[in-house]
Design a protein around this ligand. Structure first.
Ligand SMILES: Cc1ncc(COP(=O)(O)O)c(C=O)c1O
Ligand SMILES: [Zn+2]
Length: 417
């Protein structure tokens, strides 16, 4: 059966000021403070022993997604990415339960497919004419891929400096690509204005409440893959802060259903050169008494090579901070060099090739181990949010040259001895 009701959705709540909206609300931002909204569910109506369906993608969790028509889902299989036990890398760090969630295995090769899949269904249910999104690269290439699959119009605003592979994806999938000669933040604002002018469905991160809902499915998968348990610690790269906020939401859902007893500690990992969230975290004196309504997040001048987490103003920064403070996690910053060196380290110790934004968490793991005592047998998950083939130019900076030889066996023998 493709059509279900949305009776499981109870409404929306602002994560900054707490104001509630009814489920019939069709705006995107909190009408009072303009922060982005969180979808709320009627947990009492969901059977925790029988809430997953038989699908092999993230719509397996439709009982906890804000969609009703599963006939409108993308053609590609989004989600259900592998969780690898990184035994060798863990042993080197004194951890027996270190895991890597390889979200680069999604159809457009990034975590963003989770958000795009749910946004696509909502847009189609609302009879939108066009989906528009701003992107550092991945959210857009994802939206382009998923809309191409179902023949839905898509407009993407991307900084002209985005890596070639991501721009190629956008064009190959046939999106209308607006390459903005400016920053991601400028592309973000332009997209918002264009959507207001044209009446398009705006999938912008930290604006559209449904991206967080798609992203939370990563937590459900990790929980299933760990045999019905949450990890103790989870690290992920942050730019806008929407991925960490989605992961937080997924574990909040599981907690509300009584399926886990304790939240994992969540860590937002950023480049020192794009550290708005970490800067805001460090400015807080008492993490248990933050006045979220009054809190102002800083705008930084981002200069990181990790393009996917290159953000001046984190549009979901408040939710990201709450995710850390309410789970006992933290913000961790790493240098550009550490991010680059983590690319071959992750690849050679786990077999997973990641783009720079996705290795920020791998670099941050070593920092975390020096900052905090993690017991030998605690479960630690690093979420690898984008595939390394998205940005081979950065990867090539970290490794030597191949051994170039004349095409003779003598030359090979001479080269390898
Ligand atoms: C590969 C990758 N990692 C991390 C992020 C950061 O996600 P967020 O901006 O929601 O914090 C992004 C966002 O584009 C991404 O593409
Ligand atoms: Zn509000």
């Amino acid at each position: 059966m493709n059509t279900t009701s949305t009776s499981h959705v109870s409404g929306f709540r602002c994560l900054r000021c707490g104001a509630e909206q009814p489920k019939s609300f069709d705006g995107m931002l909190c009408p009072l403070c303009e922060y982005n909204l969180d979808v709320e569910y009627n947990y009492a109506a969901i059977d925790p022993h029988n809430w997953m369906n038989e699908r092999d993608d993230l719509f397996r969790y439709s009982a906890l997604l804000p969609v009703s028509n599963l006939g409108l889902t993308p053609v590609q299989r989004v989600g259900q990415t592998p969780l690898y036990h990184a035994a060798r890398a863990g042993k080197a760090r004194g951890l027996s339960q270190l895991y890597v969630k390889d979200d680069g295995m999604n159809p457009s090769a990034s975590f963003k497919d989770r958000a795009g899949a749910v946004a696509l269904v909502v847009a189609r249910e609302r009879n939108a004419s066009v989906i528009a999104a701003s992107t550092t690269g991945n959210a857009g290439s994802s939206m382009a891929a998923l809309t191409a699959g179902v023949g839905f119009p898509c407009v993407i605003f991307v900084p002209a400096t985005a890596p070639a592979a991501k721009i190629a994806q956008l064009l190959v999938f046939g999106a209308k690509v607006i390459a903005v000669q400016g920053t991601y933040d400028q592309a973000y604002d332009l997209c918002e204005t264009a959507c207001e002018e044209m009446g398009w469905f705006n999938r912008n991160t930290g604006f559209n409440p449904f991206t967080r809902e798609g992203k939370k499915t990563c937590s459900f998968e990790i929980w299933e893959q760990l045999g019905g348990q949450a990890p103790d610690h989870l690290l992920v790269g942050s730019g806008d802060g929407n991925i960490i906020s989605g992961i937080w939401k997924g574990f909040r859902d599981l907690l509300a259903l009584g399926l886990i007893k304790k939240m994992p500690a969540l860590y937002s990992c950023q480049s020192e050169k794009s550290a708005a969230i970490a800067t805001a975290v460090r400015a807080v004196q008492d993490r248990s008494a933050v006045d979220w309504k009054a809190l102002k997040l800083p705008t930084v001048k981002s200069e990181t090579l990790a393009d996917s987490i290159s953000v001046d103003y984190p549009s979901d920064g408040i939710a990201a901070m709450r995710a850390m403070f309410e789970t006992g996690g933290d913000a961790i910053t790493v240098s550009e060099d550490e991010i680059l060196r983590a690319i071959p380290d992750l690849a050679q110790s786990t077999g997973v090739f990641a783009e720079p934004a996705a290795t920020a968490c791998w670099a941050a793991l070593d920092k975390l181990l020096t900052m905090k005592t993690i017991a030998h047998d605690e479960k630690v998950v690093c979420v690898i949010t984008g595939n390394g083939l998205k940005d081979v130019a950065s990867a090539r900076k970290t490794v030597g040259q191949p051994i170039t030889v004349e095409p003779t066996i003598e030359a090979v023998m001479a080269a390898i001895t």
